[in-house]
Ligand binder design. Structure first.
Ligand SMILES: C[S@@+](CC[C@H](N)C(=O)[O-])C[C@H]1O[C@@H](n2cnc3c(N)ncnc32)[C@H](O)[C@@H]1O
Length: 291
């Protein structure tokens, strides 16, 4: 496993994923009953953006956050409320870790994005396979209640944790896509999840590197006979761009009621704010329509 999320922390994909995660948490919280937030590939929980990104061969690597959260950090007032809330959450994490209000030094991973929003009746379960990241994650949440951290494979975690006693869950599957087998692993994980908790709300992040592969993934996903599913994608550059990752998407199973409208409203704003080349944009729709 070579993947280190530190290189990517706060990049355009993190901004997209974390803003939509916030929308989903809010959607879950329209009901008073508590739920389990399960993060199958949780990472370290938070990232120090001032630490140099060093590759295994010793070379340093340009950080990606300037083209992500860095683009929004000093955005003028008047942003849509969910983006204002997202920036407020990042600022809160940044200051909590010891940075001053003005400098962007620390960025929250998905566990902290969720944790800042969870209510006393909600719980959180975090899985991370890398021993050093799992240890850092455990340390991050050592003083928090209603959080469990497990150093295990996230797809095994799905089977271990679901169904939760609450019978309600929001699952984030955010794998590193280091191998081509990842799409197949996701499909197996989703099958296991749906067997255990057919009503689970689940967001699966995927990269858009070559258009065809995302579409293949959507088609293979439909073979699972899945529940209502919405997809949302942004691209920061067009198909002709030399950028390797031109965009990314989230597949959302059992989306909370009317969340599709909120997501549709924010996608063009994100694509515009994060674009780097011609052909940037967004798309979304129902892969499996609501009944
Ligand atoms: C994209 S990062 C997660 C970022 C995190 N969700 C966030 O938004 O802040 C993927 C993480 O999955 C971890 N990982 C890789 N394979 C895994 C597996 N099979 N099960 C659980 N975690 C895994 C990697 O070490 C990495 O920290």
């Amino acid at each position: 496993m070579n993947y280190r999320h530190h290189f990517h922390a706060g990049n355009f994909a993190d901004v997209f994923k974390h803003v939509l995660l916030m929308q989903l948490v809010h959607g879950m919280q329209r009901k008073e009953k508590g739920f389990l937030y399960l993060d199958t590939h949780a990472g370290r929980g938070g990232y120090d953006l001032s630490m140099p990104s060093i590759l295994p061969d010793g070379r340093s690597r340009e950080p990606e956050f300037p083209a992500g959260i860095g683009r929004l950090w000093d955005a003028p007032a008047g942003l849509p409320p969910i983006l204002t809330e997202y920036l407020g959450l990042v600022r809160r994490f940044n200051e909590r870790q010891g940075a001053t209000d003005a400098e962007l030094k620390f960025y929250p991973g998905s566990p902290w994005v969720a944790k800042f929003l969870l209510r006393p009746q909600d719980r959180m379960a975090l899985c991370e396979l890398r021993a050093d990241d799992a240890e850092a994650l455990d340390f991050e949440f050592a003083r928090e209640t209603k959080v469990t951290v497990q150093a295990i494979d996230g797809y095994t975690g799905l089977k271990a944790v679901l169904p939760p006693p609450e019978k309600r869950a929001l699952v984030l599957i955010d794998p590193p896509f280091e191998s081509r087998a990842e799409f197949a692993d996701i499909l197996r994980g989703l099958r296991d999840m749906l067997k255990r908790l057919p009503g689970a709300v689940c967001a699966v992040w995927y990269p858009v590197t070559e258009r065809v592969r995302a579409e293949e993934f959507h088609r293979a996903f439909l073979d699972l006979a899945p529940p209502p599913t919405f997809f949302a994608e942004i691209s920061i550059a067009g198909v002709d761009s030399l950028l390797r990752m031109k965009g990314c998407g989230l597949l959302i199973l059992n989306p909370p009621w009317q969340i599709d409208r909120e997501i549709r409203a924010i996608l063009p704003v994100l694509a515009e704010g994060l674009k780097v080349d011609y052909g940037a944009g967004s798309q979304s729709g129902w892969l499996v329509p609501e009944k």
